[in-house]
Design a protein around this ligand. Structure first.
Ligand code: 16Z
Length: 482
């Protein structure tokens, strides 16, 4: 009886809480966990070497490439008012006309080493590449469909050379895979009839075969990035998705899969009906960044971000606000300061080259990283109250806390409030370690770092080496009596 009541409460709660980030808080109101067959496999973070490495990446690159780069957001001279990679869904575009773009896919200037070189110079530690987007076109020569690069004029595999080139640069590769497939006739949005069910069973087997094929062909891939998993048809496949996840992980130990892949048997996505995350990291931070550490519930997470508004594939015209290098660096700093990674999207052109704007951003980010990446790699939440000048990042397992400064106050004084047991041992510029600061103690555990100048062209980093303060009584300032 009680169990049933709890279950009902859980389901109702979960329906109300469509936003997955709130699921854990919601579940906290449920007293006893319900028995789930296809819920989370684990509570808390993974602690193995592959996941430790993922956690330390800091900066990543996303690549959206496919047939949609050819129309580039335009069809018969008309601008599509949506994300360029969704153009097939536009009423102006017929499915056959779109699918025929395969016969135009011929990126003669594609050079995997050149992309990997750009990524290396930018300082990224992992890349996520679209092997198949919603349109169903495969950038690898899949045996299970004709809709692949093998039947394009280009003929050659794209994924293999990319994996090799990025591996060579020491950049880990994650394969993006859309479950939703607009090309496969067996794909369904929902399953309403027996015929739907039969077709979707075929689709599930097709999906499984393609995924096992990818893992076999590209065994060095570190993870899979699933997308297009929100439709009812897939949400109803808790048992299938669960067993497939287990099969892929058994085949490929260490494989990293985010929370977007599967739903539990009540249709709950990302977080199961008990509020526990399904998958290895929270995959819901898309084009948004948490504000505070409480928002991430102690989970691993990354944020995937576009340069323009919501557009991932190449579009001739970039719409909306175009983010600048410094804005992107600030997002990177914010993500790492809250225990996440930041992943910037690139949408290559149909000829296989990167657009100039993206190359410039990669270069700008790389130039900053060349001096400051020490503050990003292996960084974590520092446990200090955020100040208006920017973000703190602690280097995991060290006594170093980095101040990533984006806003310099007119006073030139940066306030730092340490935890009560620690003090500032040393403070210096990351770009110029010989240049020390002498922090001024302004209160209990509080200091000002006085900058030597007030005009800066770029965000910069100050390193704090913390020292134990438990023996030192420090300054004893009396609190106001009120
Ligand atoms: C608003 O609905 C969306 C937005 C983006 C549905 C799907 C997507 C796809 C994008 O095409 C891109 O691949 C992004 C990562 N994904 C969620």
């Amino acid at each position: 009886m009680i169990r049933k009541a709890i279950l009902v409460i859980a389901i109702v709660w979960n329906c109300i809480n469509a936003a997955n980030v709130n699921a854990q808080q919601a579940a906290a109101t449920v007293q006893k966990p319900i028995a789930l067959q296809h819920g989370a496999h684990r509570i808390g973070r993974r602690t193995d070497a592959d996941m430790e490495k993922w956690r330390a990446y800091g900066l990543g690159q996303f690549i959206h490439w496919g047939l949609y780069s050819i129309p580039a957001g335009e069809w018969n001279g008309k601008q599509y008012n949506g994300a360029s990679e969704w153009i097939k869904s536009w009423k102006e575009v017929s499915a056959t006309a779109y699918d025929s773009l395969m016969y135009q896919f011929n990126p003669t200037k594609f050079n995997a080493d050149s992309w990997a070189g750009t990524a290396k110079q930018m300082g990224v530690k992992y890349v996520t590449i679209t092997t198949k987007h919603h349109d169903g076109f495969c950038l690898w020569p899949s045996k299970y469909t004709n809709f692949t690069v093998a039947n394009s004029p280009y003929k050659k595999d794209i994924i293999g050379p990319l994996v090799k080139a990025y591996d060579k640069q020491g950049i880990d590769v994650i394969l993006y895979f859309s479950i939703m497939d607009w090309h496969n006739p067996d794909w369904r949005y929902d399953i309403k009839t027996r015929e739907d069910s039969i077709a979707f069973d075929r689709f599930k087997q097709f999906t499984r075969k393609q995924l096992l094929e990818l893992l076999t062909l590209y065994p060095t891939a570190k993870g899979l990035w699933f997308d297009g998993t929100w439709d009812k048809s897939w949400v109803k496949q808790a048992a299938f998705a669960d067993s497939l996840e287990k099969e892929m992980k058994a085949m490929h130990p260490g494989l990293i899969i985010g929370s977007r892949f599967r739903a539990d048997e009540y249709g709950k996505r990302h977080f199961d009906s008990n509020g526990n995350m399904m998958g290895d990291y929270e995959q819901g931070w898309e084009r948004k960044i948490p504000e505070k550490i409480e928002d991430v519930h102690g989970n691993d997470w990354d944020c995937v971000m576009t340069v323009p508004e919501n557009q991932w594939g190449y579009g001739r015209v970039w719409k909306g606000h175009i983010k600048t290098t410094d804005e992107l660096l600030e997002m990177l700093a914010k993500c790492v300061s809250l225990d996440g990674n930041f992943v910037l999207n690139f949408g290559p052109k149909p000829d296989g080259t990167l657009r100039t704007e993206e190359l410039d951003l990669a270069e700008g980010i790389g130039a900053w990283m060349a001096t400051n990446s020490e503050a990003i790699y292996n960084g974590e939440y520092a446990g200090l109250v955020k100040q208006d000048w920017g973000y703190y990042i602690k280097k995991t397992g060290s006594n170093k806390i980095y101040m990533l400064v984006f806003n310099v106050p007119v006073s030139g004084a940066l306030k730092v409030v340490m935890q009560s047991h620690s003090a500032i041992g040393k403070a210096y510029d990351l770009g110029n370690p010989a240049q020390n600061y002498v922090p001024e103690e302004i209160g209990t555990s509080a200091w000002f770092i006085h900058l030597r100048q007030q005009t800066f062209k770029r965000p910069f980093v100050i390193v704090l080496e913390t020292a134990d303060n438990s023996k030192n009584s420090g300054a004893q300032y009396q609190k106001a009596k009120t």
